[in-house]
Design a protein around this ligand. Structure first.
Ligand code: FAD
Length: 570
């Protein structure tokens, strides 16, 4: 269909949430005269998907507050024609129309477009299991879903819930249901939850779940669901009157595929630099499209709200002849699990290995603020860097406070091609209530640089079990009282404050491994021993605190013999 030069541009949008409405609103800002129609098959548009799980615990008490804008307000404020309960069934590319069904009336009609934007999102994966279609099985994508789930959970006979999948949505649902008083079991096929964290850091999350009463079953899968039990591949049977499937999402590519648009290698919709599909009149954004990874330069799927909104703006800009730079994504994400925040950006250790990078890593712990201040708490930080350039490839953090800020900074550094030296040099704001004068990131950058330059040898906490099994010499440099409150079995206690007068007790003909509580005193002592001629002195990164966290969950859940006489998480 040809539009006359002076006719308002006719824009049709599929999907009225993160990507779709951002696109529509940007078009409106750029063009007051455009005729913009948004179709969404759901009951609501403009809702906060990311806040949905918090209705289950009552943190978001009123589910209607999850909906931020109504079609009426979108009409009055932005002059957008938003039609809910309207499903787009087909794209008729030759005619430049979409076929739409009004779900209430059942009527179908064709809506013409000059520009079409697809932001249909991603749908929860529902494995074809016996019982998966039961009334007690739920997925979570929109406000109606959470209302139905919440109503079911209120029934007097619903005590036990199985959550399937340990990704962000599964974790948030498990947490909120546990907070609401349910007995929650989380079942995950992989050997860990949250695949964006490496095996060492994720143990803190496992521990938090366990200590909060969530039963975590790893390396297992659901095989059958009834109205009272979930059966697992391992043969285990878990009581559950309700099941939440959070086993990942699949991009909604049906409309695009049926219309002959190119689907990328990841299974999401292929788009060009300006978020145009293989048909120049059709744009696509959000969870349904393939993005490019800024570090690996490879196509990736990334179901996150920030990238969806950025894509939407860039696409709308292009409709109006503006070009945005598209740097690719690094995958920055954060999740709250009870008292802990876990965040990650860039590549994980697994990804660095698969992609063939020459890389190394540090596990570093330091306080998020001056220790004298209320609520000061350690941040466990992992930094992956390229060898020999020191370019930062990825970072992950877990702790009770200040984690998101640090990982956001690391994300910024990664996006700017930053190195360990840049981390060390970061000039950051400081007051005792907010940070330390030399921030945890500055420290970690310096520690990483020294490791990169071969100025200090370090091992990671997850290597300590192997050292204990080999009868390696481990020296605990904490003070006596600290040693007594929990230590590695077989470790010797030579406090940092005494070591200069006890050098004759320290072997100089074999590797020795030093640790303290978080790694700072042992780092000093290792460097000093190195300078005094102990060239086989090695610091244990992450130290006793890191070690206890890395070991605890496996010991508790696998009946494994602990390598510490007592855990100490303080
Ligand atoms: C429970 C939950 C928690 C989340 N938490 C976070 C978080 O903390 N941080 C984060 O960054 N991201 C989070 N996300 C992901 C984030 O919400 C998505 O990345 C983002 O909403 C994607 O935007 P989108 O426009 O692509 O899809 P959506 O926001 O899902 O919108 C797609 C819309 O398209 C409609 N639609 C689909 N097909 C059709 C059709 N044929 N016709 C008409 N309408 C159609 C759907 O009904 C839907 O309303 C979360 C998601 C969920 C479900």
């Amino acid at each position: 269909m040809q539009t006359k030069h002076n006719d308002p541009k006719k824009i049709v949008v599929v999907g009225g949430v993160a990507g779709g409405l951002s696109f529509a609103a940007r078009c409106r800002r750029l063009d007051p005269s455009a005729d913009i129609v948004v179709f969404d098959r759901g009951r609501d548009v403009a809702f906060s998907n990311c806040s949905l799980p918090y209705h289950l615990s009552g943190i978001v008490e009123d589910s209607s507050s999850l909906v931020l804008m109504t079609p009426k307000r979108l009409r009055s404020q932005y002059n957008l024609d938003v039609r809910v309960r309207h499903e787009v069934l087909r794209i008729n590319r030759d005619e430049r129309t979409v076929t739409v069904r009004d779900i209430e009336s059942g009527d179908e009609f064709d809506e013409p477009y000059e520009v079409l934007a697809l932001s249909p999102g991603a749908s929860p994966i529902l494995p074809p299991l016996p019982g998966a279609d039961g009334d007690n099985v739920f997925t979570l994508r929109n406000v109606v879903d959470v209302e139905e789930m919440h109503a079911f959970m209120q029934k007097s006979d619903v005590h036990d819930v199985v959550v399937v999948g340990g990704g962000y949505v599964g974790l948030e649902v498990a947490e909120n249901l546990q907070l609401s008083g349910k007995k929650v079991t989380l079942v995950e096929m992989q050997s860990q939850v949250m695949m964006r964290l490496d095996d060492d850091l994720v143990q803190l999350i496992h521990r938090e779940l366990l200590d909060r009463g969530v039963r975590v079953l790893l390396n297992d899968a659901v095989s059958e669901i009834t109205d009272s039990t979930v059966s697992l591949a391992s043969g285990d049977h878990v009581p559950a009157q309700a099941v939440v499937m959070a086993a990942g999402v699949r991009p909604e590519v049906g409309l695009a595929r049926d219309a002959g648009l190119t689907i990328g290698t990841t299974g999401a919709i292929w788009v060009d630099h300006n978020f145009r599909t293989s048909d120049p009149a059709i744009y696509a954004v959000g969870d349904a499209v393939e993005l490019s990874h800024q570090i690996t330069k490879k196509p990736v799927k990334l179901a996150l709200a920030g990238p969806a909104q950025r894509a939407a703006r860039a696409a709308a800009n292009h409709v109006y002849g503006r070009f945005d730079r598209r740097m690719g994504v690094v995958g920055s994400a954060v999740v709250q699990v009870f008292e802990l925040t876990a965040a990650s950006t860039g590549l994980t250790e697994r990804e660095c290995t698969v992609e063939g990078y020459s890389f190394d890593s540090i596990y570093y712990i330091n306080s998020n603020k001056v220790g004298l201040m209320p609520d000061a708490s350690p941040i466990h930080l992992k930094v992956l860097f390229e060898v020999p350039t020191g370019r930062i490839l990825g970072a992950q953090g877990v702790g009770k406070g200040g984690v998101d800020k640090r990982i956001d900074l690391m994300s910024t550094l990664i996006q700017m091609g930053g190195t360990l030296q840049d981390m060390a040099d970061l000039e950051l704001c400081y007051s005792p209530m907010h940070a330390t004068a030399k921030d945890v990131l500055n420290h970690a950058g310096l520690v990483g640089l020294n490791q990169l330059r071969g100025e200090i040898a370090q091992v990671q906490p997850d290597q300590v079990r192997g050292l204990v099994e080999q009868d390696a010499i481990i020296i605990d440099v904490r003070e006596k009282g600290e040693f007594r409150s929990g230590h590695i079995k077989g470790a010797r206690n030579i406090p940092f404050s005494q070591f200069r007068s006890r050098l004759d007790e320290i072997a100089d003909d074999r590797p020795i491994y030093l640790h303290c509580r978080i790694g700072q005193r042992s780092y000093y002592m290792t460097r000093e021993l190195n300078n005094l001629g102990w060239d086989q002195a090695v610091n244990i990164n992450g130290a006793f605190l890191g070690l206890c966290n890395v070991e605890y969950f496996h010991d508790q859940t696998e009946g494994r013999e602990p390598i510490v006489d007592k855990y100490n998480f303080n």
